[in-house]
Design a protein around this ligand. Structure first.
Ligand SMILES: NC(=O)c1ccc[n+]([C@@H]2O[C@H](COP(=O)([O-])OP(=O)(O)OC[C@H]3O[C@@H](n4cnc5c(N)ncnc54)[C@H](OP(=O)(O)O)[C@@H]3O)[C@@H](O)[C@H]2O)c1
Length: 330
């Protein structure tokens, strides 16, 4: 079968490798479509903890169950499924345990024609989604769901600001918050992406490349009950300034690195909660898939490429040119 492999830092290759063997408890899935996450870029650039080469990336996949491991339930064969990329969460709903991993390094990922995964990670594909849309959902949908509902506890009518709206997780957070009846605002480096977010239900947005954007937003009377961020870096202090007293800032990434300053006095005096989050538990996963099916949410797909053109797909994500998920088809 064909699979994407990194043989060293920045050495992406489409390799011909043996189809994986399934062991007891696993299913072999013929992947129809797989999506990229920024995590795959960090792995390609050699900037991911515990990285070993060769690495076979990909956390998002949708496909058809082809066969089962020994004594597996044959009823799974032929089912259309999506894969939960959050492996080994453990028993504590508040935090993942010591055996937690994410699909696609160290375990071989979804950017391949076939993948062997534990049956417990499979969920029937929501019927309203195409293969491409279904592949776009898992990692970003799960991360956004836990951030918005489990960690931020967003309530209908609250004001929420989502930074970097071109990102995969950010767009799911937007769609979930709109469906929940919140007032959504966004930030982006691109006025065009802000305009597209408005067509998805956002009330408005701010271009974070404009100097003083946060001060202007504050002077216009904006303050937010919830802020969802994955950029961190120098801009983080502006997000604190825009948080309402008693508000919550949830973050799951640090694309721009650590904030140089943490304004502690502003945070404690205004009773602001800083909440970290990562991926999600099996309960978050089930609730997310149910929410998406109930609200008939369709993931925003930016571009679709054949597997052989994975290098183009990675280049687009590295330059931040996408609006939504980048999907590869097999
Ligand atoms: N902990 C977890 O479980 C988890 C899960 C998923 C992702 N992550 C992390 O979260 C981050 C985003 O992941 P993703 O897959 O959604 O990435 P992505 O689809 O590649 O999106 C990245 C987006 O970040 C935005 N951005 C860049 N610089 C920014 C800045 N200074 N301020 C605000 N936004 C900025 C850009 O938005 P615009 O184009 O709109 O400017 C860009 O589109 C990555 O660091 C990733 O590793 C963590």
């Amino acid at each position: 079968m064909k699979a994407i492999q990194f043989n060293a830092i920045n050495a992406l290759a489409v390799e011909e490798i043996p189809t994986p063997q399934v062991v007891r408890g696993e299913a072999l899935v013929r992947v129809k479509a797989a999506a990229l996450n920024h995590r795959d870029v960090w792995i390609k650039l050699g900037q991911y903890a515990g990285l070993k080469f060769p690495a076979r990336p990909g956390s998002d996949g949708a496909g058809v169950v082809e066969s089962m491991g020994p004594d597996g339930d044959p009823q799974w064969i032929g089912r259309e499924v999506i894969i939960n990329p959050s492996f080994g969460w453990g028993n504590n709903p508040q935090v993942q345990g010591g055996h937690f991993t994410i699909l696609g390094m160290p375990r071989d990922g979804t950017l391949a024609e076939f993948i062997a995964v534990p049956v417990s990670q499979l969920t029937v594909k929501p019927a309203h989604l195409s293969w491409v849309e279904a592949a776009a959902l898992p990692l970003a949908g799960l991360t956004a769901y836990r951030a918005v509902f489990n960690r931020a506890q967003l309530k209908p009518g609250e004001k929420i600001l989502i930074s970097g709206i071109g990102g995969g997780v950010a767009l799911f957070a937007l769609q979930f918050a709109v469906a929940h009846g919140a007032e959504v605002h966004v930030t982006s480096s691109s006025d065009d992406k802000i305009a597209r977010a408005v067509t998805l239900g956002a009330k408005g947005g701010f271009n974070y490349t404009h100097p003083g954007w946060a001060k202007t937003a504050g002077h216009a009377g904006h303050s937010f009950n919830v802020i969802i961020d994955s950029a961190g870096g120098e801009g983080f202090e502006s997000l604190v300034d825009l948080t309402a007293s008693g508000g919550r800032i949830v973050f799951f990434g640090a694309t721009r690195g650590d904030p140089p300053v943490l304004p502690m006095r502003k945070i404690f005096w205004r009773q602001i909660s800083l909440l970290g989050t990562t991926m999600g538990s099996p309960t978050d996963w089930a609730a997310m898939v149910d929410f998406v099916a109930r609200h008939r949410i369709t993931p925003v797909v930016s571009e679709v490429y054949p597997l052989e053109q994975a290098a183009k797909a990675f280049a687009l994500m590295e330059e931040g040119g996408q609006f939504g998920k980048i999907v590869l088809t097999m």
